[in-house]
Structures are given as C-alpha cells and as structure tokens.
Design a protein around this ligand. Structure first.
Ligand code: CMP
Length: 140
C-alpha cells in the first residue's frame, strides 16, 4: 500500500478546548506520523483562500468566520493510505452522522465546529499541504 501525505487541520473549536494532544494521540495510535505541524491564526482572507473550492456554497461565509475565530493547528500526516485513514479517524463531516470512536463523534459540536479537516484525495492533499508548508518544513 502506498505511503501518502495528507493535510490535517485541528480547528478553532478544538484548540479552544485544549484538545490538540488528544487528537494527535489518535493519529499516532492509528499509525500516522505527524511529519510537520504549526499553530497559526488565519485571517478571513486566508481561510477563504484555503476553502476557495466552497466559495459558492451557502455555508462559505460562516465557515471562513469560524476558521479565523481562533488558532488552528496545521499538520502533515504521513503513513500507509494516510488520506483515507485520516478520514476514517475523523469521522463524517456532520458529527451527528460520525461513527463511534471518531474524532468528530468524540469532540465536534456542530457541522462547522467539527474539530478537524482532512484532505479528501491525492491532488487536494498535495495542494493543501503546499498551502501551509514548504518542503523544508516537512520532516519524515
Ligand atoms: P471540512 O472537512 O473542513 O470541509 C469544509 C467544511 O465546511 C466542513 O468540514 C464543515 O465544517 C463545513 N460545512 C458547513 N456546512 C456544511 C455542509 N452542509 N456540507 C459540508 N460542509 C459543511
């Protein structure tokens, strides 16, 4: 199986509740390695640029407001089948539909405050990793 890299964001609702360590533990317990990580506070324009693919969606403005409402932790996760594995660990976008034991089931409070983001495919993973990190910052 291929070793992949994927972008993960720990969102403001989770950093506000000091959940970074618990979430990181779940990634590491599942065999994913955190090969880059930084904490930052996005501007609304930066959040809009990251989520540009959603700009026509009705939730776009609320999503951008939320994502710049507090610090986030951006990270690159690496491992076998990392993109799908991370999405499994995160659970469904809407926490009401998330499976037991997933991050969103355990910690998310709404579809906006859903604690984490993860890339959904190889091409988006490459773009999203490059949005936050230079090659020099990724240390496997
Ligand atoms: P995320 O995986 O970060 O990708 C886009 C985000 O938009 C998503 O998680 C949700 O937090 C947010 N969002 C709000 N409403 C919706 C919706 N109806 N469908 C999908 N995503 C939504």
């Amino acid at each position: 199986m291929a070793i992949e890299k994927t972008l993960s964001l720990i969102k403001p609702d989770a950093t506000a509740r000091n959940l970074t360590g618990k979430i990181n533990q779940m990634f590491e317990d599942a065999g994913l390695r955190i090969v880059a990580q930084k904490r930052l506070h996005l501007t609304k324009d930066q959040a809009g640029a990251f989520y540009a693919v959603h700009k026509e969606r009705p939730f776009f403005n609320d999503l951008c407001e939320f994502m710049c409402s507090g610090p986030i932790v951006a990270q690159v996760l690496e491992g076998e089948n990392a993109i799908a594995k991370n999405r499994e660990i995160m659970g469904a976008t809407n926490p009401a539909e998330a499976a037991e034991g997933t991050i969103r089931k355990l910690f998310a409070t709404s579809i906006d405050a859903n604690s984490v983001h993860g890339s959904d495919a190889p091409e988006t993973a490459r773009e999203e990793v490059a949005f936050f990190f230079s090659g020099l910052e990724i240390v496997g």
